[in-house]
Write a protein that binds this ligand. Structure first.
Ligand code: CU
Length: 121
């Protein structure tokens, strides 16, 4: 392989690695309540990801604006493997809430993130 071929191969591998990062990890695709939404007290949090998840290594946390943890029920994974749902056990008081998620996708990569929504009176 000459230098030009080597550089071309490196560029191709780099592009593949980048596209895997961009496309193949489990990113949050949609959530209910949605990021930034003003909602009445939700009965559950539903998060849909771009890839299948391993439930045993995926989870959600919910915190009030003072940082206090809000208890969630056991999370479940829909049959399609991409939608994580956790029941909200208590009626949320009006205020801002932060959802923090971490997931392991079926391709073995971990991702995490957070977003907030508000419960209106
Ligand atoms: Cu991945």
């Amino acid at each position: 392989m000459n230098l030009r071929q080597s550089l071309s191969l490196i560029a191709t591998l780099g592009a593949l690695a980048f596209s895997h990062q961009a496309l193949a990890h489990a990113h949050l695709e949609a959530a209910t309540p949605a990021e930034g939404a003003d909602v009445t007290a939700p009965e559950r949090l539903t998060l849909t990801f771009t890839e299948g998840l391993e439930l045993a290594f995926s989870g959600l946390e919910l915190n009030g604006s003072d940082g206090s943890a809000v208890e969630l029920g056991k999370a479940t994974l829909a049959d399609d493997g991409t939608t994580l749902t956790a029941p909200v056990e208590t009626a949320l008081e009006p205020g801002r809430y932060q959802v923090t998620w971490h997931v392991l996708s079926v391709d073995g990569h971990k991702t995490e993130g957070d977003y907030a929504f508000s419960v209106t009176p």
